[in-house]
Design a protein around this ligand. Structure first.
Ligand code: NIG
Ligand code: FE
Length: 409
């Protein structure tokens, strides 16, 4: 028998008896726009109304869903992932846990496995990862290419990513392709020429790994300029493994976001604070590489816009869990739970320059996460516990519900 409270995209429903609703519509010094004893009305996949459960506009056709006093947050916006790839690097991880250092060169191992994989294999792997993301409350995903590094494979990866998201990023400049060892400038010419022409129709963004062992500032600028000329928005991987030019370049070129930001000078922080470039922090990387975490407190205190993302990839951070990112940011990076939840929702939306997600207000996509907890604080407080109870994306309920739902409150 079907579940009478299940909703598809067209259904009008009222999610009510919400103990704590995070809207991210800032009010009176509360950027999270918190409403207690709240309700959300959804129709045709969009939020129609959100506010106090005592002030719901009459809507007799709405299916009523009782949240049982639980908390609701906007669907997580994971603005940085590398979800299309072949193989894994569990051995590299094990070696690292035995003392090896993380280095950008490991990317080439995944490039070989990805080139060898069929479209069907890559598609099946990607689909499984997307299911994994949704089950953990992620309703918006950015996905990068970058494990092809030749024209045909980069195009393939972009096409596959575009099957599951509108936010596809061309990362042909992830590392220099093995065929171009010692000819990095020639590889950049390929990336900015034939590769860009093949991938741009499937992508919204361009990205470059501006770091020792990947691309210099001069090469990175060539890549980003070419992407912009092709109509793509700009994002940058920078300042991950050491101090460098990534942040400065990102701001100069008006990037939507610069991601990692682990090693920042005072000038980098000041320049970020004076810009609308989002600093996207990826604590899964530091957790999985045993590097120092980025100092989120320093950035927030300076007035920088901060996002949190998973960086899900087989090398530096093979996790898709945004709740884990929130917990790490709170426990290791000096963020409050409210700041971390904002960064994982509204912050990610800012990093993708999207106004339709990361917020619960009329007109926004009905992307909602019902937590098996009374407040969002529990996302950090109950580290590692699966608290995502039900998920709606565009008003459509995702996957199966948390099996613990009836045994715990
Ligand atoms: O974001 N920094 C560069 N790219 C990925 C790592 C990819 C890999 O190791 O395969 C990152 O951490
Ligand atoms: Fe990355």
């Amino acid at each position: 028998m079907g579940d009478p409270a299940r909703t598809d995209g067209g259904v009008t429903f009222l999610l009510t008896n919400i103990g704590e609703l995070t809207t991210n519509v800032a009010v009176d010094g509360d950027p999270c726009g918190t409403v207690r004893d709240a309700a959300v009305l959804v129709s045709d996949g969009r939020v129609v109304w959100a506010g106090s459960a005592h002030a719901v506009p009459p809507r007799p056709d709405a299916l009523v869903i009782d949240a049982g006093g639980r908390a609701v947050v906007p669907g997580f916006v994971d603005s940085h992932t590398h979800l299309v790839f072949g193989g894994d690097r569990a051995e590299e991880f094990a070696a690292r846990m035995a003392g090896e250092r993380y280095a950008a060169g490991g990317i080439r191992t995944t490039v070989a496995a990805t080139r060898a994989a069929s479209d069907d294999d890559l598609r099946a792997r990607l689909a499984a990862l997307v299911v994994e993301c949704r089950a953990q409350g992620t309703t918006t995903l950015e996905i990068k290419t970058g494990y092809g590094l030749d024209v045909a494979t980069e195009k393939r990866l972009a096409r596959l990513a575009a099957e599951v998201t509108d936010d596809v990023t061309f990362l042909g400049a992830h590392v220099v392709a093995p065929e171009y060892a010692d000819r990095a400038d020639d590889y950049v010419s390929l990336v900015t020429g034939d590769m860009l022409a093949a991938v741009a129709p499937h992508a919204r963004w361009i990205d470059v790994f501006c770091e020792d062992g990947a691309f210099t500032a001069r090469q990175s600028r060539r890549v980003l300029d070419a992407g912009r000329a092709a109509g793509l928005g700009i994002r940058v991987h920078g300042n991950q493994l050491g101090f460098g030019d990534g942040v400065r370049l990102a701001i100069e070129l008006g990037a939507a976001a610069v991601d990692h930001c682990t090693y920042l000078s005072d000038d980098d922080v000041a320049a970020l604070a004076a810009s609308d470039t989002v600093a996207t922090l990826l604590p899964g990387v530091e957790f999985s590489t045993r590097q120092p975490y980025p100092d989120a407190r320093r950035l927030l205190d300076a007035g920088v816009i901060v996002a949190l993302a998973s960086d899900c990839n087989p090398g530096s951070s093979f996790t898709s869990s945004m709740p884990l990112m929130i917990a790490l940011a709170v426990r290791e990076m000096g963020m409050t739970p409210a700041e971390a939840v904002w960064a994982a929702t509204a912050g990610g939306a800012r990093a993708l320059r999207r106004a339709d997600v990361g917020v619960v207000e009329p007109g926004a996509r009905a992307d909602l996460v019902l937590l098996d907890a009374p407040t969002r604080v529990h996302l950090a407080y109950r580290l590692g516990v699966p608290l995502v109870h039900r998920v709606w994306k565009d008003g459509r309920e995702q996957g199966s519900r948390n099996p613990f739902r009836d045994s715990r409150r």
